[in-house]
Design a protein around this ligand. Structure first.
Ligand SMILES: NC(=O)c1ccc[n+]([C@@H]2O[C@H](COP(=O)([O-])OP(=O)(O)OC[C@H]3O[C@@H](n4cnc5c(N)ncnc54)[C@H](OP(=O)(O)O)[C@@H]3O)[C@@H](O)[C@H]2O)c1
Length: 241
């Protein structure tokens, strides 16, 4: 039997996913990073010297591309990190927008866990879902994102109990503000952005954003501790305090 530890990390061409992939590679894992942009994910895989899988998680049919390589290979770690979070005031919100958030942030992670279940069960694997502090500390304007991350935390708690008899652990990490491209992709109107950034920074007791590596370290601590399951860890510089 292949004893090399394996890890799948979604949305790992940048930010928290990339930092987690780097950390797990350094710790000796064989890492498979997942991304939707062929060039970006290959470039990240080249930098990290790891494997990559191309899959756009906005379409759950693509989950099979991630599951296939693990038919015969056990899986030790799954990090459901890929996520979208777009600003949209209630008046402008459309069902397509809510559906897109739920597809990327909830349906795909849930179906990915289902697809990888035999591989995770083989290795008594560990799953971390990346949520957000926004589920408990809100700014407004992100109802679809907030709802989807809240659902992801509920899924985390449910599966922690459901999969515990198979010794599969399920946890979540909730970052506060992190220094990644996420905010720039959030479609906050240009006229609101400076004020929102200022407000965001004023709410952080540690007075700075997290580095992606600091969130990766929390994910690693969760997966390394065999007694941690069903945990929702806030890594937010004190925002939740
Ligand atoms: N940064 C923060 O302040 C913050 C705070 C709380 C929670 N989070 C959460 O942390 C996670 C990682 O975000 P990040 O901050 O590291 O930002 P990021 O660097 O933009 O990472 C997000 C990743 O998700 C990928 N992704 C988005 N849609 C996808 C799709 N349809 N299919 C596959 N991959 C997709 C992105 O790919 P592309 O590069 O192709 O877009 C990117 O690799 C997210 O779940 C986010 O909600 C971030």
């Amino acid at each position: 039997m292949d004893t090399e530890k394996t890890a799948v990390i979604t949305g790992a061409n940048s930010g928290i996913g990339f930092a987690t992939a780097r950390l797990l590679s350094e710790k000796g894992y064989r890492v498979f990073i997942v991304g939707r942009d062929a060039q970006a994910i290959r470039q990240a895989a080249n930098t990290l010297e790891c494997d990559c899988i191309l899959a756009d998680l906005a379409d759950t049919a693509n989950i099979r591309h991630i599951v296939e390589p693990f038919q015969d290979l056990g899986l030790d770690v799954l990090v459901n990190n890929a996520g979208i979070g777009e600003f949209m005031l209630l008046e402008d919100l459309r069902l397509e927008n809510i559906t897109r958030h739920f597809t990327v942030n909830v349906y795909s992670p849930l179906l990915l866990i289902q697809g990888l279940l035999p591989a995770l069960a083989q290795r008594k694997g560990s799953i971390t879902n990346v949520s957000s502090v926004i589920t408990t500390r809100n700014t407004g304007g992100f109802s679809a994102y907030t709802a989807s991350k809240g659902a992801l935390e509920s899924v985390t708690r449910c599966l922690a109990v459901e999969l515990a008899p198979r010794q599969i652990r399920v946890n979540a990490v909730c970052p506060g503000a992190v220094d990644t491209p996420m905010l720039d992709k959030s479609k906050i109107p240009a006229e609101l952005l400076p004020k929102m950034k200022e407000h965001l920074m004023s709410t952080i007791p540690l007075q700075r954003k997290a580095l992606p590596g600091e969130i990766a370290a929390a994910i690693y601590a969760q997966l390394e501790n065999p007694y941690v399951t069903g945990a929702i860890w806030h890594v937010d510089g004190g925002v939740g305090a």
